[in-house]
Design a protein around this ligand. Structure first.
Ligand code: NAD
Length: 406
Protein backbone atom coordinates (compact mmCIF):
# COMPACT_ATOMS: atom_id res chain seq x y z
CA UNK A 1 0.00 0.00 0.00
CA UNK A 2 2.07 2.90 -1.16
CA UNK A 3 -0.44 5.29 -2.67
CA UNK A 4 -2.00 8.19 -0.88
CA UNK A 5 -4.42 10.96 -1.76
CA UNK A 6 -4.90 14.38 -0.33
CA UNK A 7 -8.59 14.23 -1.27
CA UNK A 8 -9.04 11.35 1.11
CA UNK A 9 -7.39 13.28 3.93
CA UNK A 10 -9.45 16.39 3.33
CA UNK A 11 -12.83 14.82 2.70
CA UNK A 12 -12.77 12.15 5.37
CA UNK A 13 -10.68 13.78 8.08
CA UNK A 14 -13.58 13.25 10.47
CA UNK A 15 -15.30 9.88 10.18
CA UNK A 16 -18.74 11.50 10.53
CA UNK A 17 -17.97 13.25 7.24
CA UNK A 18 -18.66 9.98 5.44
CA UNK A 19 -22.32 10.97 5.47
CA UNK A 20 -24.79 8.74 3.62
CA UNK A 21 -23.88 5.08 3.20
CA UNK A 22 -24.95 2.80 0.36
CA UNK A 23 -25.20 -0.98 0.80
CA UNK A 24 -25.51 -3.09 -2.34
CA UNK A 25 -27.13 -6.50 -1.84
CA UNK A 26 -29.76 -6.98 0.88
CA UNK A 27 -28.99 -10.59 1.82
CA UNK A 28 -27.78 -11.94 5.15
CA UNK A 29 -24.77 -9.61 5.24
CA UNK A 30 -26.09 -6.50 3.49
CA UNK A 31 -29.16 -6.23 5.75
CA UNK A 32 -26.98 -6.58 8.85
CA UNK A 33 -24.44 -4.02 7.59
CA UNK A 34 -27.27 -1.58 6.81
CA UNK A 35 -28.52 -2.02 10.39
CA UNK A 36 -25.05 -1.33 11.80
CA UNK A 37 -24.55 1.81 9.66
CA UNK A 38 -28.02 3.19 10.44
CA UNK A 39 -27.53 2.49 14.15
CA UNK A 40 -24.32 4.55 13.92
CA UNK A 41 -26.41 7.46 12.61
CA UNK A 42 -25.92 7.28 8.83
CA UNK A 43 -28.68 7.60 6.29
CA UNK A 44 -28.47 4.28 4.48
CA UNK A 45 -29.74 3.29 1.05
CA UNK A 46 -30.06 -0.48 0.70
CA UNK A 47 -30.08 -1.69 -2.90
CA UNK A 48 -31.13 -5.15 -4.08
CA UNK A 49 -31.73 -6.09 -7.71
CA UNK A 50 -34.45 -8.61 -6.81
CA UNK A 51 -37.81 -6.79 -6.64
CA UNK A 52 -39.00 -6.53 -3.03
CA UNK A 53 -35.78 -7.99 -1.56
CA UNK A 54 -34.48 -4.71 -0.09
CA UNK A 55 -37.91 -3.88 1.38
CA UNK A 56 -38.22 -7.29 3.01
CA UNK A 57 -34.65 -6.96 4.34
CA UNK A 58 -35.64 -3.67 5.97
CA UNK A 59 -38.61 -5.49 7.56
CA UNK A 60 -36.17 -8.04 8.96
CA UNK A 61 -33.99 -5.25 10.33
CA UNK A 62 -37.15 -3.82 11.95
CA UNK A 63 -37.83 -7.19 13.60
CA UNK A 64 -34.21 -7.40 14.83
CA UNK A 65 -34.45 -3.89 16.28
CA UNK A 66 -37.76 -4.81 18.01
CA UNK A 67 -36.03 -7.73 19.69
CA UNK A 68 -33.38 -5.31 21.01
CA UNK A 69 -36.19 -3.09 22.33
CA UNK A 70 -37.81 -6.14 24.03
CA UNK A 71 -34.47 -6.94 25.68
CA UNK A 72 -34.18 -3.35 26.92
CA UNK A 73 -31.06 -2.68 24.85
CA UNK A 74 -32.59 0.03 22.66
CA UNK A 75 -35.45 2.47 23.23
CA UNK A 76 -38.49 2.19 20.98
CA UNK A 77 -37.85 5.75 19.75
CA UNK A 78 -34.26 4.97 18.83
CA UNK A 79 -35.31 1.77 17.05
CA UNK A 80 -37.86 3.72 15.01
CA UNK A 81 -35.26 6.37 14.17
CA UNK A 82 -32.72 3.74 13.05
CA UNK A 83 -35.28 2.02 10.85
CA UNK A 84 -36.41 5.32 9.34
CA UNK A 85 -32.83 5.99 8.24
CA UNK A 86 -32.77 2.92 5.94
CA UNK A 87 -34.29 3.38 2.48
CA UNK A 88 -34.81 0.23 0.39
CA UNK A 89 -34.41 0.61 -3.39
CA UNK A 90 -34.22 -1.76 -6.36
CA UNK A 91 -31.63 -0.17 -8.60
CA UNK A 92 -28.33 1.69 -8.48
CA UNK A 93 -30.18 4.49 -10.33
CA UNK A 94 -31.85 5.29 -7.00
CA UNK A 95 -28.62 5.39 -4.98
CA UNK A 96 -27.85 8.97 -3.86
CA UNK A 97 -24.32 10.33 -3.54
CA UNK A 98 -22.66 8.51 -0.64
CA UNK A 99 -19.45 8.86 1.34
CA UNK A 100 -19.10 5.09 1.53
CA UNK A 101 -20.69 2.28 -0.47
CA UNK A 102 -20.39 -1.31 0.78
CA UNK A 103 -21.06 -4.03 -1.78
CA UNK A 104 -22.46 -7.30 -0.37
CA UNK A 105 -23.72 -9.18 -3.43
CA UNK A 106 -22.95 -12.91 -3.89
CA UNK A 107 -19.32 -14.08 -4.05
CA UNK A 108 -18.92 -13.79 -7.83
CA UNK A 109 -15.94 -11.87 -9.23
CA UNK A 110 -17.59 -10.78 -12.51
CA UNK A 111 -20.66 -9.47 -10.70
CA UNK A 112 -18.63 -7.60 -8.09
CA UNK A 113 -16.28 -6.18 -10.73
CA UNK A 114 -19.23 -4.88 -12.77
CA UNK A 115 -20.86 -3.32 -9.73
CA UNK A 116 -17.62 -1.61 -8.69
CA UNK A 117 -17.11 -0.14 -12.17
CA UNK A 118 -20.73 1.04 -12.22
CA UNK A 119 -20.41 2.60 -8.76
CA UNK A 120 -17.14 4.33 -9.72
CA UNK A 121 -18.93 5.95 -12.69
CA UNK A 122 -21.96 7.04 -10.67
CA UNK A 123 -20.44 8.15 -7.36
CA UNK A 124 -18.18 11.17 -6.75
CA UNK A 125 -14.45 10.43 -6.92
CA UNK A 126 -14.07 10.70 -3.15
CA UNK A 127 -16.69 8.03 -2.37
CA UNK A 128 -14.99 5.01 -0.82
CA UNK A 129 -15.99 1.78 -2.55
CA UNK A 130 -15.83 -1.21 -0.20
CA UNK A 131 -16.54 -4.88 -0.77
CA UNK A 132 -17.61 -7.40 1.84
CA UNK A 133 -15.99 -10.23 -0.13
CA UNK A 134 -14.75 -13.12 2.00
CA UNK A 135 -12.20 -14.40 -0.45
CA UNK A 136 -11.76 -12.42 -3.67
CA UNK A 137 -8.71 -10.24 -4.25
CA UNK A 138 -9.53 -6.53 -3.88
CA UNK A 139 -7.41 -5.61 -6.91
CA UNK A 140 -9.43 -8.02 -9.05
CA UNK A 141 -12.75 -6.52 -7.92
CA UNK A 142 -11.38 -3.01 -8.60
CA UNK A 143 -9.88 -4.00 -11.98
CA UNK A 144 -12.26 -1.78 -13.99
CA UNK A 145 -12.19 1.20 -11.61
CA UNK A 146 -10.04 4.00 -13.00
CA UNK A 147 -9.17 5.35 -9.53
CA UNK A 148 -8.68 2.16 -7.47
CA UNK A 149 -7.05 4.03 -4.59
CA UNK A 150 -10.56 4.46 -3.18
CA UNK A 151 -11.36 0.73 -3.19
CA UNK A 152 -10.91 -1.59 -0.23
CA UNK A 153 -12.37 -4.59 1.55
CA UNK A 154 -14.60 -4.33 4.60
CA UNK A 155 -15.00 -7.91 5.71
CA UNK A 156 -17.79 -8.08 8.29
CA UNK A 157 -18.53 -11.34 10.06
CA UNK A 158 -21.92 -12.96 10.34
CA UNK A 159 -24.16 -11.63 11.83
CA UNK A 160 -22.80 -8.08 11.36
CA UNK A 161 -24.80 -6.45 14.19
CA UNK A 162 -23.37 -8.97 16.68
CA UNK A 163 -19.85 -9.74 15.50
CA UNK A 164 -17.36 -7.06 16.54
CA UNK A 165 -14.61 -7.93 14.10
CA UNK A 166 -14.19 -6.20 10.74
CA UNK A 167 -11.17 -6.88 8.54
CA UNK A 168 -10.20 -3.68 6.69
CA UNK A 169 -8.46 -5.05 3.61
CA UNK A 170 -6.24 -2.98 1.36
CA UNK A 171 -5.50 -3.83 -2.24
CA UNK A 172 -2.13 -2.99 -3.77
CA UNK A 173 -3.44 0.39 -4.98
CA UNK A 174 -5.64 1.38 -2.03
CA UNK A 175 -4.74 4.78 -0.56
CA UNK A 176 -3.42 4.65 2.97
CA UNK A 177 -5.59 7.64 3.96
CA UNK A 178 -8.79 5.80 3.05
CA UNK A 179 -7.73 2.75 5.05
CA UNK A 180 -7.08 4.96 8.05
CA UNK A 181 -10.37 6.81 7.80
CA UNK A 182 -12.45 3.70 7.23
CA UNK A 183 -10.67 1.99 10.14
CA UNK A 184 -11.61 4.96 12.35
CA UNK A 185 -15.16 4.80 11.01
CA UNK A 186 -15.44 1.13 11.96
CA UNK A 187 -14.33 1.96 15.51
CA UNK A 188 -16.94 4.73 15.58
CA UNK A 189 -19.52 2.11 14.56
CA UNK A 190 -18.57 0.09 17.66
CA UNK A 191 -16.59 -2.49 15.71
CA UNK A 192 -13.07 -3.76 16.29
CA UNK A 193 -11.24 -3.21 13.00
CA UNK A 194 -8.07 -5.05 12.05
CA UNK A 195 -6.05 -4.28 8.95
CA UNK A 196 -4.53 -6.62 6.44
CA UNK A 197 -3.44 -6.82 2.86
CA UNK A 198 -5.53 -8.59 0.26
CA UNK A 199 -3.76 -11.88 0.93
CA UNK A 200 -5.75 -15.07 0.19
CA UNK A 201 -8.22 -15.63 3.05
CA UNK A 202 -7.27 -12.26 4.63
CA UNK A 203 -6.44 -12.94 8.31
CA UNK A 204 -9.16 -15.16 9.76
CA UNK A 205 -9.86 -17.45 6.83
CA UNK A 206 -6.12 -17.84 6.24
CA UNK A 207 -4.79 -18.49 9.73
CA UNK A 208 -7.68 -20.84 10.58
CA UNK A 209 -6.92 -23.26 7.73
CA UNK A 210 -4.73 -25.65 9.79
CA UNK A 211 -7.34 -25.78 12.56
CA UNK A 212 -9.56 -27.77 10.19
CA UNK A 213 -6.85 -29.40 8.06
CA UNK A 214 -4.86 -30.99 10.89
CA UNK A 215 -7.97 -32.53 12.47
CA UNK A 216 -9.13 -33.91 9.12
CA UNK A 217 -5.70 -35.42 8.46
CA UNK A 218 -5.52 -37.02 11.90
CA UNK A 219 -8.89 -38.71 11.35
CA UNK A 220 -8.06 -39.58 7.73
CA UNK A 221 -4.85 -41.34 8.78
CA UNK A 222 -6.63 -43.35 11.49
CA UNK A 223 -4.71 -41.88 14.43
CA UNK A 224 -7.94 -40.99 16.23
CA UNK A 225 -11.64 -40.68 15.53
CA UNK A 226 -13.41 -37.31 15.15
CA UNK A 227 -15.02 -37.27 18.61
CA UNK A 228 -11.65 -37.87 20.27
CA UNK A 229 -9.91 -35.14 18.25
CA UNK A 230 -12.72 -32.66 18.97
CA UNK A 231 -12.62 -33.55 22.67
CA UNK A 232 -8.85 -32.94 22.81
CA UNK A 233 -9.10 -29.51 21.16
CA UNK A 234 -12.05 -28.48 23.34
CA UNK A 235 -11.09 -29.89 26.70
CA UNK A 236 -7.31 -29.68 26.52
CA UNK A 237 -6.97 -26.68 24.21
CA UNK A 238 -9.87 -24.53 25.43
CA UNK A 239 -11.36 -24.04 21.95
CA UNK A 240 -15.12 -23.42 22.17
CA UNK A 241 -15.77 -26.08 19.51
CA UNK A 242 -13.64 -28.88 18.11
CA UNK A 243 -12.56 -28.41 14.48
CA UNK A 244 -14.64 -31.25 13.07
CA UNK A 245 -17.89 -30.35 14.82
CA UNK A 246 -17.22 -26.76 13.74
CA UNK A 247 -17.01 -27.76 10.06
CA UNK A 248 -20.35 -29.56 10.46
CA UNK A 249 -21.77 -26.36 11.90
CA UNK A 250 -20.33 -24.13 9.13
CA UNK A 251 -21.26 -26.62 6.40
CA UNK A 252 -18.64 -28.94 4.81
CA UNK A 253 -19.34 -27.41 1.39
CA UNK A 254 -18.83 -23.84 2.65
CA UNK A 255 -15.67 -24.76 4.58
CA UNK A 256 -14.28 -26.72 1.61
CA UNK A 257 -15.01 -23.79 -0.74
CA UNK A 258 -13.08 -21.35 1.47
CA UNK A 259 -10.15 -23.77 1.83
CA UNK A 260 -10.10 -24.48 -1.89
CA UNK A 261 -10.16 -20.77 -2.67
CA UNK A 262 -7.10 -20.14 -0.46
CA UNK A 263 -5.36 -23.17 -2.00
CA UNK A 264 -6.05 -21.97 -5.57
CA UNK A 265 -5.03 -18.39 -4.82
CA UNK A 266 -1.73 -19.53 -3.30
CA UNK A 267 -0.84 -21.47 -6.47
CA UNK A 268 -2.05 -24.72 -4.90
CA UNK A 269 0.35 -24.53 -1.99
CA UNK A 270 0.38 -27.96 -0.29
CA UNK A 271 -0.13 -26.23 3.04
CA UNK A 272 -3.76 -25.53 2.11
CA UNK A 273 -4.55 -28.59 0.02
CA UNK A 274 -8.11 -29.79 0.71
CA UNK A 275 -8.32 -33.27 2.21
CA UNK A 276 -9.86 -36.30 0.54
CA UNK A 277 -11.73 -36.74 3.82
CA UNK A 278 -13.63 -33.48 3.35
CA UNK A 279 -14.10 -33.84 -0.39
CA UNK A 280 -15.67 -37.27 0.17
CA UNK A 281 -18.09 -35.81 2.70
CA UNK A 282 -19.18 -33.12 0.26
CA UNK A 283 -19.49 -35.56 -2.64
CA UNK A 284 -21.65 -37.81 -0.46
CA UNK A 285 -23.93 -34.86 0.40
CA UNK A 286 -22.88 -35.08 4.05
CA UNK A 287 -22.67 -31.32 4.46
CA UNK A 288 -23.04 -31.18 8.24
CA UNK A 289 -25.88 -30.15 10.51
CA UNK A 290 -27.92 -28.70 7.65
CA UNK A 291 -28.22 -32.13 5.97
CA UNK A 292 -28.48 -34.19 9.17
CA UNK A 293 -25.05 -35.75 8.70
CA UNK A 294 -21.50 -34.69 8.06
CA UNK A 295 -18.50 -35.77 10.09
CA UNK A 296 -21.14 -36.76 12.66
CA UNK A 297 -24.71 -38.05 12.35
CA UNK A 298 -27.41 -35.91 13.96
CA UNK A 299 -30.73 -36.88 15.51
CA UNK A 300 -33.86 -34.82 14.75
CA UNK A 301 -33.28 -32.75 17.92
CA UNK A 302 -29.78 -31.81 16.69
CA UNK A 303 -27.89 -34.06 19.10
CA UNK A 304 -24.92 -36.09 17.84
CA UNK A 305 -25.56 -39.81 17.62
CA UNK A 306 -23.08 -42.67 17.99
CA UNK A 307 -19.86 -40.74 18.55
CA UNK A 308 -18.16 -40.96 21.93
CA UNK A 309 -14.61 -39.69 22.49
CA UNK A 310 -12.03 -42.28 23.55
CA UNK A 311 -10.71 -40.44 26.59
CA UNK A 312 -7.91 -42.94 27.22
CA UNK A 313 -6.65 -42.47 23.68
CA UNK A 314 -6.93 -38.66 23.95
CA UNK A 315 -4.87 -38.67 27.16
CA UNK A 316 -2.19 -40.82 25.50
CA UNK A 317 -2.01 -38.69 22.35
CA UNK A 318 -1.98 -35.21 23.96
CA UNK A 319 1.55 -34.59 25.22
CA UNK A 320 2.92 -37.53 23.20
CA UNK A 321 4.89 -37.38 19.93
CA UNK A 322 3.95 -34.31 17.83
CA UNK A 323 3.03 -36.39 14.79
CA UNK A 324 0.03 -37.88 16.60
CA UNK A 325 -0.75 -35.16 19.16
CA UNK A 326 -3.93 -33.47 17.85
CA UNK A 327 -3.55 -30.41 20.07
CA UNK A 328 0.18 -29.64 19.81
CA UNK A 329 0.13 -30.36 16.08
CA UNK A 330 -2.76 -27.98 15.49
CA UNK A 331 -1.27 -25.24 17.68
CA UNK A 332 2.12 -25.52 15.98
CA UNK A 333 0.53 -25.09 12.57
CA UNK A 334 -1.68 -22.20 13.70
CA UNK A 335 1.34 -20.40 15.16
CA UNK A 336 3.39 -21.13 12.04
CA UNK A 337 0.66 -19.73 9.77
CA UNK A 338 0.17 -16.62 11.91
CA UNK A 339 3.89 -15.90 12.18
CA UNK A 340 4.29 -16.32 8.44
CA UNK A 341 1.50 -13.81 7.73
CA UNK A 342 3.06 -11.24 10.07
CA UNK A 343 6.60 -11.80 8.77
CA UNK A 344 5.43 -11.20 5.21
CA UNK A 345 3.97 -7.88 6.31
CA UNK A 346 0.35 -8.80 5.54
CA UNK A 347 -0.91 -7.87 9.04
CA UNK A 348 0.47 -6.91 12.44
CA UNK A 349 0.91 -9.46 15.23
CA UNK A 350 -1.66 -7.64 17.37
CA UNK A 351 -4.20 -7.56 14.56
CA UNK A 352 -3.73 -11.27 13.86
CA UNK A 353 -4.32 -12.13 17.51
CA UNK A 354 -7.34 -9.82 17.76
CA UNK A 355 -8.83 -11.21 14.54
CA UNK A 356 -8.50 -14.83 15.66
CA UNK A 357 -9.92 -14.21 19.12
CA UNK A 358 -12.92 -12.24 17.84
CA UNK A 359 -13.47 -13.89 14.46
CA UNK A 360 -13.12 -17.53 15.54
CA UNK A 361 -13.34 -17.27 19.35
CA UNK A 362 -9.96 -18.96 19.83
CA UNK A 363 -9.07 -18.74 23.54
CA UNK A 364 -5.76 -17.05 22.72
CA UNK A 365 -4.28 -15.32 19.73
CA UNK A 366 -1.85 -17.60 17.85
CA UNK A 367 1.07 -15.19 18.19
CA UNK A 368 0.55 -14.96 21.96
CA UNK A 369 0.25 -18.75 22.01
CA UNK A 370 3.52 -19.03 20.09
CA UNK A 371 5.25 -16.84 22.67
CA UNK A 372 4.02 -19.17 25.40
CA UNK A 373 5.05 -22.36 23.62
CA UNK A 374 8.29 -20.78 22.36
CA UNK A 375 8.75 -19.95 18.68
CA UNK A 376 11.88 -22.14 18.59
CA UNK A 377 9.86 -25.08 19.97
CA UNK A 378 7.19 -24.52 17.30
CA UNK A 379 9.92 -24.46 14.60
CA UNK A 380 11.21 -27.85 15.82
CA UNK A 381 7.67 -29.27 15.97
CA UNK A 382 6.89 -28.22 12.40
CA UNK A 383 10.24 -29.65 11.24
CA UNK A 384 9.37 -32.95 12.97
CA UNK A 385 5.99 -32.96 11.24
CA UNK A 386 7.77 -32.43 7.93
CA UNK A 387 9.90 -35.50 8.63
CA UNK A 388 6.87 -37.56 9.59
CA UNK A 389 4.72 -36.31 6.69
CA UNK A 390 6.97 -35.08 3.85
CA UNK A 391 5.52 -33.31 0.82
CA UNK A 392 5.64 -29.59 1.57
CA UNK A 393 2.69 -29.11 3.89
CA UNK A 394 4.88 -28.68 6.97
CA UNK A 395 7.33 -25.85 6.33
CA UNK A 396 8.55 -23.93 9.39
CA UNK A 397 8.32 -20.19 8.71
CA UNK A 398 11.85 -18.71 8.78
CA UNK A 399 10.42 -16.02 11.06
CA UNK A 400 10.02 -18.61 13.85
CA UNK A 401 13.77 -18.66 14.33
CA UNK A 402 15.23 -15.52 12.71
CA UNK A 403 14.19 -13.23 15.56
CA UNK A 404 11.80 -11.12 13.47
CA UNK A 405 8.85 -12.07 15.71
CA UNK A 406 9.29 -11.94 19.44
N1 NAD B 1 -22.89 -15.15 4.78
C1 NAD B 1 -21.77 -15.04 5.46
O1 NAD B 1 -21.56 -15.70 6.50
C2 NAD B 1 -20.71 -14.08 5.00
C3 NAD B 1 -19.74 -13.62 5.91
C4 NAD B 1 -18.79 -12.69 5.49
C5 NAD B 1 -18.80 -12.24 4.17
N2 NAD B 1 -19.74 -12.72 3.29
C6 NAD B 1 -19.72 -12.20 1.92
O2 NAD B 1 -20.74 -11.22 1.80
C7 NAD B 1 -21.27 -11.22 0.47
C8 NAD B 1 -22.76 -11.43 0.52
O3 NAD B 1 -23.04 -12.63 1.19
P1 NAD B 1 -24.51 -13.00 1.71
O4 NAD B 1 -24.36 -14.23 2.51
O5 NAD B 1 -25.16 -11.80 2.31
O6 NAD B 1 -25.24 -13.34 0.31
P2 NAD B 1 -26.80 -13.47 0.02
O7 NAD B 1 -26.91 -14.39 -1.13
O8 NAD B 1 -27.56 -13.73 1.29
O9 NAD B 1 -27.22 -11.97 -0.45
C9 NAD B 1 -26.79 -11.39 -1.64
C10 NAD B 1 -27.87 -10.41 -2.11
O10 NAD B 1 -27.37 -9.71 -3.25
C11 NAD B 1 -28.45 -9.52 -4.13
N3 NAD B 1 -27.95 -9.24 -5.47
C12 NAD B 1 -27.50 -10.11 -6.42
N4 NAD B 1 -27.10 -9.44 -7.51
C13 NAD B 1 -27.30 -8.11 -7.26
C14 NAD B 1 -27.07 -6.93 -8.01
N5 NAD B 1 -26.57 -6.98 -9.25
N6 NAD B 1 -27.39 -5.74 -7.44
C15 NAD B 1 -27.91 -5.68 -6.19
N7 NAD B 1 -28.15 -6.79 -5.44
C16 NAD B 1 -27.84 -7.98 -5.97
C17 NAD B 1 -29.25 -10.80 -4.04
O11 NAD B 1 -30.57 -10.62 -4.50
C18 NAD B 1 -29.16 -11.09 -2.54
O12 NAD B 1 -30.26 -10.53 -1.84
C19 NAD B 1 -20.50 -12.30 -0.28
O13 NAD B 1 -19.41 -11.71 -0.95
C20 NAD B 1 -20.02 -13.21 0.84
O14 NAD B 1 -18.85 -13.93 0.48
C21 NAD B 1 -20.70 -13.61 3.67
Amino acid sequence: MDTDTTEATEDHADESAFGPVGVIGAGAMGAGIAQVAATAGHDVTLVDAVPGAAASAVEKVGAALSRLVDKGRLSADDAAAVLARITPVESLDELPECGLVIEAVPEDLDLKRRIFADLADRQPPTTVLATNTSSIDIDDIAADVSDPERTLGLHFFNPPPVMKLVEVVHGSRTARAYVEHVTALMSAWGKTPVRCSSTPGFIVNRVARPFYGEAQRIVESGVADAATVDWALREKGGFPMGPLELTDFIGQDVNLAVGTSVWEQTGRDERYAPTAFQRDLVEAGRLGRKTGSGVYAYAADGSVTGAEPDLGLAERLVGGPIATDPLARTLAMLVNEAVDLVARGEASADDVDTAMRLGTRYPKGPIAWGREIGFDVVARQVAELDEAYPGGRYRPSPALTDGSIS
